[in-house]
Design a protein. Structure first.
Length: 134
């Protein structure tokens, strides 16, 4: 698996089909999709994830209403590769972001982003519960 795509609960099959269509438009033929044990999550193996994500980003900007079921595409391999490349000196290197003035090192940035991922997990759980109340 080198990508994760998210969809609304129960729409994983539609998100998978939509993702395959986008991949074909991008000229990528080899795509393996598998529904995760978790609702709304599809695990993806694709031959060129970086190129596909760039295409998907451009496609969504140019045709925003043609992507209806894919909520997010997360590049697992790029995230892991970037983390693995960090040396101890890299983690303590200065980092600055005007929107987060208390974050001063790359490690602090990583921790902030990891904590922020939990925020989105909470949002997904909340929305799933709200949508199933109907």
């Amino acid at each position: 698996m080198n990508l994760i795509i998210t969809s609304a609960k129960g729409l994983e099959a539609r998100a998978s089909a939509e993702f395959k269509e986008v991949a074909l438009l991008a000229g990528i033929r080899k795509v393996t999709l598998e529904r995760s044990a978790y609702d709304g999550i599809v695990e993806v193996e694709v031959e060129n994830p970086k190129a596909l994500l760039a295409f998907l980003s451009d496609f969504v900007r140019s045709e925003p209403f043609k992507v209806r079921f894919i909520m997010r595409a997360i590049p697992i391999d790029m995230v892991v590769d970037t983390i693995r490349k960090q040396s101890p000196e890299d983690w303590t290197a200065p980092y600055s972001d005007p929107t987060e003035p208390r974050t001063h090192t790359r490690f602090a940035c990583f921790l902030r982003m990891a904590a922020h991922a939990y925020h989105h997990t909470g949002q997904i759980i909340y929305l799933a519960k709200e949508l199933t109340k109907a």
